[in-house]
Design a protein around this ligand. Structure first.
Ligand code: AGP
Length: 609
């Protein structure tokens, strides 16, 4: 939940570190700090947003060409300058930044205090600086040995960048479970928690695996395994362009990413099509394997979980395969009974969400095949899943997911269609029709973005003091209403609930009074009349009805505001109705003047449970 960055090269490190941290603030922004190697190692930290650190550094002479930086999301010890990173060993000879959690830190503190180490912060990270220092001094075998011994000794997750006073020309890094990427160009070597932080300097990156260490020299990077042996690594090229990592002229990353959906949905569809056939071969899943699956379990968190709820309706109806959907934080501890002929699908944008990673390991422990639907290449879930289907949303910066969500829907449609075909539940004509409709989705989404944004902005500006909202629907419309409700809650801090429309009269309808905002989604022909009568029930209690429907649906009598989406295949409506739902969340938040991209109490990737 933090962002780390490091540089060792020819140029002034401080500028590169601050620039990199500004691209990582979505990972955590309650405090930050840098350490720069000059005569000695200068450590500067500040509580709050990165701007506070920049102000502190503004008039300081920091000309060193080697340094590390950190932007924090507090887990151990409340946000403060003292708890901010970098952390140093007692005598300052080891200085490091860390993303992750050291689970046995208290045990290590007790051990180190016996060796006269003192601790100034409440963090688990300070322990790392001292335990590395302890091994460094005890065994006199150099930085790599000290870090490797530490990796054997500590339990938890970490990505660390370490500087040793005695080794002024080297920057050391190591990781287990937390994300890390290493870049190289003629000006030096770079390390960061995520691509956007270094994309401005290089597209050539190395992926460092769990329990590996690397030494970043000014012109090369050397990798070591836990035995201290050198490992050869291949430089890979990142294809994302810089503008994707920056706002591209939009006011916020969220609205930029909402408008990037046609393009990334098209990219993801094309990556799953071979001519006019769904092609899942990149996942490594074979036809025999697909045919053998008797049960599917979809496990995820937050919005990714909502993709799972949508997929359940489609997979069961289209492929006639039983599907169970779980939130990962429950799945990992409820000792689930898993069918040996089952497939566990983990959906995650970041690929680093701790509960989803643990759910994956739980499934693997039970010997169940696993498939990850992941957006971040090289992330932990992607590395550990048996099969991976990458979504092509590109870097998603706004904490509230939008484009990644839409690409995950596409991935699940492709899986449902192919599983139905392989299990002979779909004839060729219907198969071809589904693929034709799928290919039209990017244009359908463009139409909504072109025609409806202003309308929705006008609608949202009517609710600057909104306190409560309800989202209702049936079937797939109910599934997507869960996402609509979360989108509003997480960025605008407005309390909202999503309900199966048929559930309202069993209690919640008592909350409806004059002017209560109710967003009704009604695209499913089979239950359209039923949903309409539920909207009438709400209307008669004074609800203000916003209806999201397919073109020409007859809802004007019950609706105060109608948002039409283009007609599409009944299974694909979530991809269309989610766009107005995202825009309502966005524009209501903008009308309240809130920080859309960095909502309070949230972080983009939840790497602790
Ligand atoms: C959604 O907008 C939130 N950022 C959050 O609910 C998110 O979907 C959840 O934390 C899962 O993240 P993941 O997809 O990276 O695993």
């Amino acid at each position: 939940m933090c962002g780390i960055v490091g540089y060792n090269g020819k140029n002034k490190a401080v500028d590169i570190l601050l620039d990199g941290l500004s691209k990582l603030e979505y990972r955590g922004y309650d405090s930050s700090g840098v350490a720069i190697k000059n005569e000695k190692i200068d450590v500067i930290k500040a509580k709050g947003k990165l701007t506070n650190l920049k102000e502190k550094i503004a008039n300081m002479e920091l000309n060193g060409t080697c340094g590390i930086g950190h932007t924090r999301w507090a887990t151990h010890g409340e946000p403060s300058e003292n708890n901010a990173h970098p952390h140093t060993s007692n005598d300052g000879s080891v200085v490091l930044v860390h993303n992750g959690i050291i689970e046995n830190y208290q045990e290590l503190i007790d051990k180190l205090e016996k060796h006269k180490y003192k601790f100034y912060s409440e963090t688990d990270t300070e322990v790392l600086a001292n335990i590395i220092d302890y091994y460094y001094k005890k065994y006199q075998m150099g930085p790599m040995d000290a870090i490797n011994r530490t990796m054997v000794r500590v339990r938890g997750s970490y990505a660390i960048a370490v500087m040793f006073k005695d080794h002024p020309d080297d920057l050391w890094v190591a990781r287990k479970d937390s994300p890390m990427i290493i870049g190289l160009n003629n000006d030096g070597a770079y390390v960061a928690s995520d691509v956007p932080a270094i994309l401005k300097y290089t597209r050539n990156v190395y992926y460092i695996d769990n329990m590996e260490t690397a030494c970043l020299k000014k012109n090369k990077v050397i990798f070591y395994d836990l035995n201290g042996d050198v490992i050869k690594k291949e430089l890979k090229e990142i294809k994302w362009d810089i503008s994707l990592a920056e706002k591209g002229g939009y006011e916020h990353f969220m609205i930029k990413e909402i408008n990037e959906q046609p393009e990334v949905v098209r990219k993801t569809i094309n990556s799953l099509l071979n001519e006019d056939n769904i092609d899942l071969s990149k996942t490594g899943l074979t036809i025999e394997e697909i045919r053998s699956f008797k049960q599917i379990y979809i496990v995820a968190c937050g919005s990714a979980y909502h993709v799972g709820v949508c997929a359940q309706y489609i997979l069961e109806d289209l492929a006639r395969i039983p599907v169970r959907v779980d939130t990962a934080s429950e799945f990992r501890y409820r000792n689930p009974i898993l069918d040996k002929k089952g497939l566990v699908i983990i959906i995650s944008q970041s690929g680093e969400t701790a509960d989803s990673l643990a759910a994956l390991r739980e499934a693997k422990k039970q010997g169940i095949k696993t498939l990850g639907i992941i957006n971040v290449v090289g992330s932990s879930i992607a590395r550990e899943a048996d099969h991976v289907l990458y979504t092509l949303a590109g870097p998603e910066i706004a904490v509230a997911t939008t484009k990644a969500f839409s690409t995950q829907l596409i991935a699940m449609y492709a899986i449902a269609i192919q599983f139905a075909k392989v299990k002979r539940k779909l004839n060729n004509k219907d198969y071809a029709k589904l693929i034709d409709d799928l290919k039209l989705l990017p244009d359908n989404i463009s139409v909504i973005l072109k025609d409806k944004q202003e309308d929705i902005q006008r609608l949202s500006s009517q609710f600057p003091n909104l306190q409560d909202a309800f989202y209702i629907g049936r079937g797939l419309d109910y599934a997507i209403s869960l996402e609509g409700s979360l989108k509003l809650k997480e960025v605008s801090y407005v309390h909202s609930e999503a309900y199966p429309a048929g559930e309202l009269k069993h209690g919640t309808i008592s909350l409806i009074e004059d002017g209560t905002l109710v967003i009704g989604i009604a695209t499913q022909d089979k239950v359209f009349e039923k949903t309409l009568s539920n909207l009438v029930e709400v209307k008669s209690r004074g609800g203000y009805i916003v209806s999201i429907v397919s073109k020409n649906a007859k809802v004007d009598k019950v609706s105060d505001f109608i948002i039409e989406v283009p007609k599409t295949n009944k299974y694909f409506y979530p991809s269309l109705t989610v766009v107005p739902l995202q825009l309502i969340g966005y524009y209501i938040t903008v009308s309240k003047g809130l920080d859309v991209d960095k909502p309070r109490n949230l972080a983009k990737s939840v790497t602790v449970e």
